[in-house]
Design a binder for this molecule. Sequence first.
Ligand SMILES: *Cc1c(COP(=O)(O)O)cnc(C)c1O
Length: 391
Amino acid sequence: MTDTRDNTTDHDFSTRAIHAGQEFDPTTGAVVPPIYLSSTFVQDGIGGFRGGYEYARGGNPTRDSLQTLLASLEGGTHAFSFASGLAAEDALLRAILKPGDHVLMGNDVYGGTHRLVNRMHVPWGVELSTAEMSNPDAARAAIRPGKTRVLWLETPSNPLMKITDIAALVAIGHEAGAIVVVDNTFASPYLQQPLSFGADVVVHSTTKYLGGHSDVLGGAVVTSDEEIAEKVGFLQFGAGAVSSPMEAWLTVRGIKTLAVRMDRHSENAQAIAEAVQPHPAVETVFYPGLESHPGHEIAAKQMRSFGGMLSVALRGGPAAAKKFAEGTSVFQLAESLGGVESLISYPSEMTHASVKGTELAVPENVVRLSVGIEGIDDLLADVTGALDRLA
Ligand SMILES: *Cc1c(COP(=O)(O)O)cnc(C)c1O
């Protein structure tokens, strides 16, 4: 198995985001490595592979360049790129679980993650339960030592932006013998690097901030654990839910601007959170950058800044929430997040429809904003205008 570590590890994050795994093409000097749209590779005699490439499900240079980049940014030794975030999660879970194992998840993880385990792995004999991970005592009470194989965290969480103390939960997980997995999609590695707090594995939907332009679907698993890497690498090859060269290349292209984008996402979201908090139509703003947020101090400790996602609970209940979600114009009504363009959504009937009626259900007066990197005056006018019209 190739070690996907790169040779720029002593460089700053922003430098690595542009250069890790991105050496110029040695034959032509092309500054941007080409997209290798090739499913198979010529052998110099049987078994004589050039650069180790044989068949593209097993390895493709464009996918490798993305994997090297992701491993570098998360501070891991191995990264594996998949066709979607859920394909990455599924490969990881099948690699490390066996019938009889227990999975403990945050009670507000991404709905699709809960659905994946609940509807696909549970019928194969895995047990699933959830706990409030922003409260370490609740997590400690819910974990089953020797039985819980996976402790699955997501911070900030979706859509209520709850903050989990990664280091504290890693200690609880490891004490019980569990593998600690962090879904780092909302923060991105620029804002938070869970492996540095002791987590065993990071997963991503690269569809979101890493791709960053709402034009590509993808997922990743990053780890420094050799045994887990070996198993995930085998499943990537053996089950084949790989990212295509084109999508891997687009994701690399997006990542080059991750640092500057995240700075602006955080700045814009902070300004919107502060502006809407005192608005009479607003009951609560969920944004970890506000000092009133219960997870503010922990977020400040483990994140570089607070990110571009925020949610708002409306005093006027579900009707006001729907009207607000349909009442903006720069913020477009759509699922997903993390792109340069601002999006607004109504979780209980959109992203979280699959968990309606479960313990993961979202309050019906909550609207979620993925704050883009447009001009802040336009964003503020759009959001406050839509709130004013609720009166
Ligand atoms: C979108 C998302 C996923 C799933 O990723 P896909 O690329 O849509 O498969 C997982 N976790 C989080 C936090 C997400 O936002």
